[in-house]
Ligand binder design. Structure first.
Ligand code: LMR
Length: 396
């Protein structure tokens, strides 16, 4: 059976990781996959996670099956983190959360759930979007269409284009929106723009699917959830896919959550039964370890406060790197305006160079970024930014 298979190219993001690891140049810089790195270029385990892990080792009494929903404490804590303590959908008991294997698992569950609502449904994604969104949704049998989002020429949002496209969407389509820290552009909607998008969602009646993989990496935990919370107030039905990979640094634990909001407590219970049957036939039940760590942190005042501080350190370092790179480019005689990088948020920005220049940076300088010139800003450090700016200057 395997004989008919043709080899596929490596994943555009994960493939870079392997190449970077093999590179022996001591000056190599990894701006590829979206993982947080400290000044030393390391992705260490958060202190609050270490403590939660110790607590779990000391107190865990069983490894028995957890069930398709996952841990209810984790699910409740995640819902409060996403919506805030006092959101209407929580007060009205209209949200149901399941733990999932990472944010990707949440998206796949959401896609299969949408298919259960309507076979062959269309989901609209931003142009551009995370490289895995399209493949993931198509693999679940959805039709993927795009709405304009990032204007590469002006390094800004094509908001008029976005709004015009969303007004044309059908009422029984789904629309994927990045809640914050847009991946790959770093260009987020303003408060006013979220208000307009929420108005259109309400008017048209499409179902928003909010992908929140970077809560806390942009402006702050509440600020980053503004658009999502507003949208949840405006529409009757919505899906949220969230991830603990980045903000808890739990990348390899694979823990995220899929939350559905229904029109009423009764209708969301019916929908939830479908969601659970979707989970059962894909992976049966989510992994428990990451969820146990997150629930331990979020339900302890001490660990939660420690997490806030560690998250702020990560956020501040990334935002500082944005300014640092722009300053160093100027210092190295680059006259092209890169100041847009400081107006973007989260882990990524497009540098805005050609695929050939991206390849040249990789081949000649061992600097790795995605072919679209998406840079993971966390890979910049005081010790490599001069070399990075000089190399970019040469390639330009
Ligand atoms: C990224 O976009 O680099 C991250 O979300 C990691 C991934 O799985 O692609």
């Amino acid at each position: 059976m395997f004989a008919s298979l043709k080899a596929l190219p490596a994943d555009p993001i994960l493939g870079l990781l392997a190449k970077y690891r093999e590179d022996t140049n001591p000056k190599k810089i990894d701006l590829g996959v979206g993982v947080y790195k400290n000044e030393a270029g390391e992705t260490t385990v958060l202190d609050c996670v270490k403590k939660a892990e110790q607590h779990r080792t000391d107190t865990e009494t069983s490894k028995v099956y957890i069930g398709p929903t996952g841990s209810s404490l984790f699910n409740d804590e995640m819902a409060k983190l996403i919506f805030g303590q006092d959101h209407k959908v929580l007060n009205e008991n209209r949200a149901r959360t399941v733990s999932t294997p990472g944010g990707t698992g949440a998206l796949r569950v959401a896609a299969e759930f949408i298919k259960s609502c309507k076979a062959g449904a269309t989901i609209w994604v931003s142009n551009p979007t995370w490289a895995n969104h399209t493949g993931l949704f198509e693999a679940a049998g959805l039709t993927v269409k795009t709405y304009p989002y990032y204007d590469h020429e002006n390094k800004n949002l094509d908001f008029d284009g976005m709004l015009a496209a969303l007004k044309q969407v059908s009422a029984d389509d789904a629309v994927l929106l990045h809640a914050c820290c847009h991946n790959p552009s770093g260009m987020d909607l303003t408060v006013e723009q979220w208000q307009q998008v929420a108005e259109v969602a309400k008017l048209v009646g499409f179902m928003p699917v909010l992908d929140m993989a970077y809560q806390g990496f942009g402006q702050g935990l509440d600020e980053d959830a503004f658009g999502l919370r507003l949208m949840a107030e405006s529409v009757n039905e919505m899906i949220v896919c969230s991830s603990c990979s980045k903000n808890f640094g739990l990348y390899r634990e694979r823990i995220g959550a899929c939350t559905i909001i229904g029109e009423s407590s009764l209708s969301v219970d019916i929908a939830n039964s479908v969601l659970l049957s979707v989970v059962r036939v894909i992976y049966s039940m989510p992994p428990a370890h990451g969820a146990a760590l997150v629930e331990t942190i979020l339900s302890s005042d001490e660990l939660r406060n420690e997490w806030y501080r560690e998250l702020q350190t990560m956020r501040d370092r990334i935002n500082g790197n944005r300014q640092l790179l722009v300053d160093k480019l100027v210092e190295n005689g680059v006259t092209r305006d890169f100041s847009f990088i400081t107006r973007q948020a989260g882990m990524f920005s497009f540098l805005g160079i050609t695929p050939e220049q991206v390849q040249q940076l990789q081949d000649e300088y061992s600097i790795y970024m995605v072919g679209s010139s998406r840079m993971s800003i966390a890979g910049i450090a005081k010790c490599n930014v001069d070399y990075l700016a000089q190399s970019i200057a040469k390639v330009l």
